[in-house]
Design a protein around this ligand. Structure first.
Ligand SMILES: Nc1nc2c(ncn2[C@@H]2O[C@H](COP(=O)(O)OP(=O)(O)OP(=O)(O)O)[C@@H](O)[C@H]2O)c(=O)[nH]1
Ligand SMILES: [Zn+2]
Length: 182
C-alpha cells in the first residue's frame, strides 16, 4: 500500500476546519502530523521472520494452542478501533511453529482496515501456509468501539468469530478443546 503522509496531514487539517476547529491553535497545530504518524505506524507493521519451524514428531497426537493474544485492529466501516483477543490452535504436521510467530501472524492480519470475519480467515490462511498443516482453528473475541462508543452504545458486547479447518471441522472433541473462546 502506498501512503501519502503529506496528503494525510492536509486532510486532517481540512477535517479540523470542517468540524469547526481552528487548526492553528496551539493544541491542534501538530495534530495532523500526529494523526498521519498514527496511520503510518498502524499500517506499516513489519512482522520480521514469521516462519521459524522446528521438526517435531510427537508420540501421539498433539494440539497446540496460544490463547488470548491481545491486539487492535480498525473497523473498515467506521474507522474505529476493534480490540481483539485471539486464540489460535493447530495440529502440527511434522513441524511446530515458533510460538511468537502465532502472535506475529495475528498482528499482521490486524494492521489493516478489517471486518472481524475476514480477520480470522486471514490468520488461518497464513497459519496453514507457514505450518504446512491443514488443521487450524482461529477464534477471536472482538470489542468494536463502533458498537460501544457510538451507534448502539452496546457496552460490553462481544463478537465471537471462529474459523475451523481440516480436522477441526470434523472432530467435535477438537472444537471443545478450543474452549468457549478467548
Ligand atoms: N459483519 C461485521 N460488521 C461489522 C464489523 N464492524 C462493524 N460492523 C458493522 O457494520 C455495519 C455498518 O452499518 P451501516 O448501517 O452502514 O452503518 P451505521 O449507520 O453507522 O450503523 P450502526 O453501526 O448500526 O449505527 C454496522 O452494523 C456495524 O456494526 C465487523 O467486523 N463485521
Ligand atoms: Zn464499525
Amino acid at each position: 500500500m502506498t501512503m501519502d503522509e503529506a496528503r494525510i496531514q492536509a486532510l486532517y487539517r481540512e477535517l479540523l476546519i470542517a468540524i469547526g476547529e481552528d487548526p492553528d491553535r496551539e493544541g491542534l497545530r501538530d495534530t495532523p502530523r500526529r494523526a498521519a504518524a498514527f496511520w503510518r505506524d498502524f499500517l506499516t507493521y513489519r512482522p520480521g521472520r514469521i516462519d521459524t519451524t522446528f521438526r517435531h514428531e510427537p508420540a501421539g497426537e498433539q494440539f497446540v494452542q496460544v490463547s488470548e493474544i491481545s491486539t487492535w485492529s480498525l473497523c473498515e466501516h467506521h474507522l474505529l478501533p476493534i480490540h481483539l483477543l485471539v486464540n489460535i490452535a493447530y495440529l502440527p504436521a511434522g513441524a511446530v511453529l515458533g510460538l511468537s510467530k502465532l502472535v506475529r501472524v495475528t498482528e499482521l492480519a490486524a494492521r489493516r482496515l478489517q471486518i472481524q470475519e475476514r480477520f480470522v480467515e486471514q490468520v488461518a490462511d497464513e497459519l496453514q501456509k507457514i505450518t504446512g498443516s491443514d488443521d487450524v482453528a482461529v477464534v477471536a473475541a472482538g470489542h468494536h468501539l463502533c458498537m460501544s462508543m457510538r451507534g448502539t452504545r452496546a457496552q460490553g458486547a462481544r463478537t465471537l468469530t471462529r474459523t475451523l479447518r481440516g480436522r477441526f471441522l470434523q472432530d467435535p472433541r477438537l472444537v471443545s478443546a478450543l474452549g468457549a473462546g478467548p
